[in-house]
Design a protein around this ligand. Structure first.
Ligand SMILES: [Zn+2]
Length: 372
């Protein structure tokens, strides 16, 4: 089995290379906004919806009129037009969905345009040195070898002013996973802890965000106090971005480790089909839920299950916490009741583990149905 995989590395740039990279970012941002304006004008004046194809075809003439764009890789400019096309595709598909905010594609400011992409030409990777024609050399911190065929590479500047290069590769062979120890596991995600499973494991909620909140608030105040446009303010903004980045990284690391645990140990993994978006609307729970990162966790599980040849089954979450996993009777309980006590079969166990057992039972049933 082969997969698509993205490798991301931090990069070090010389002063000149950085200036060039910033210039490319600026030009791509300009092109993006011009192309967006062109689409809006064409629609307002003539009722025409311009396509990505027709806008790409104009690029050669556009470069003649604005020679400063000639130094930029043509595939990079083309990708900029394609990004706008994708923004419109997203907009149109959201238009047809009931309840979703459509959100017309926006003009991008300097800070909101932070990356450009190269495809097959105009760059060379020699060891840890990435040479981009017309730009310069990026020294990469290659934390792992790149496997597969590089399809695209994206250069990004983050909020802290650091540079990153991501390589999107095709034909990456699947990682070898150990033979699963156990057949089925049910996982219940909770608020008091991150998740609980049928083996009785409770994974605690790390709550990085809440812990980092004091620091975030302090940094935010610092930004607010400093004069707009001042260098001191810019510095404070960078420091704030650094705290955000640290929290995001710790969270992702935790999610990876947890997903890996389940993928390595079990063949069939049953989880709730959560509609996290609806749940986040509930104000009191929202901070914990957004903090838990369940949707990212489920995405990771899905991806890794495909890679490892495991089964991920999503179960309707209805009544999983109310029903008794021993006899199936409905035992209503408040959110604060942590122990499930069944008056019918005298089963008494942790509420989340009871839910996990129900999820595993429903999931196994679904799998059996699918197989027969
Ligand atoms: Zn019971």
């Amino acid at each position: 089995m082969y997969f698509r995989k993205t490798y991301k590395f931090k990069a070090k740039l010389s002063k000149t290379t950085e200036q060039n990279a910033v210039r490319w970012l600026g030009l791509c941002q300009q092109l993006y906004n011009l192309a967006l304006e062109q689409r809006i004008v064409a629609y307002k004046r003539c009722g025409i919806s311009l396509s990505t194809y027709s806008q790409s075809n104009e690029l050669p003439d556009f470069k003649k009129a604005f020679p400063e764009f000639q130094g930029v890789n043509s595939q990079t400019l083309q990708d900029t037009i394609e990004r706008l096309g994708k923004a419109f595709q997203g907009f149109f598909s959201r238009l047809n969905k009931i309840g979703a905010k459509a959100g017309f594609p926006r003009f991008r400011s300097y800070h909101r345009y932070d990356s450009f992409t190269l495809k097959t030409s105009g760059w060379k990777l020699e060891g840890r040195h990435l040479k981009i024609r017309g730009l310069g050399t990026f020294k990469l911190f290659l934390s792992q070898p790149i496997v597969g065929k590089i399809k695209t590479l994206t250069v990004r500047r983050d909020g802290c002013g650091d540079w990153w290069v991501s390589f999107s590769c095709a034909g990456v062979p699947a990682k070898a996973y150990p033979h699963p120890e156990t057949e089925v596991v049910g996982i219940d995600v909770g608020l008091s802890h991150f998740c609980a499973d049928t083996d009785g494991l409770h994974v605690a909620n790390p709550k990085y965000y809440r812990k980092a909140q004091t620091e975030l608030r302090r940094k935010q105040r610092q930004v607010a106090r400093r004069a707009k446009g001042s260098n001191r303010r810019k510095k404070a903004v960078k420091e704030l971005a650094r705290v955000h980045r640290k929290v995001a990284r710790m969270r992702l690391d935790f999610l990876y480790k947890t997903a890996n645990h389940y993928i390595s140990k079990y063949q069939t993994i049953c989880v709730e089909a959560l509609q996290v978006k609806h749940m986040v609307k509930n104000r009191h729970l929202s901070k914990s839920i957004a903090d838990s990162g369940w949707s990212t966790f489920f995405e990771l599980l899905l991806y890794k299950a495909a890679e490892a040849g495991r089964e991920l089954i999503q179960v309707n979450p209805r009544n999983t916490s109310q029903n008794c996993s021993g006899c199936g009777a409905k035992v209503p309980k408040a959110l604060a009741t942590r122990v499930h006590r069944c008056p019918h079969c005298n089963l008494s166990l942790d509420r989340d583990i009871n839910a996990a057992r129900n999820i595993a039972a429903t999931g196994s049933g679904q799998l059996l149905q699918a197989l027969t």
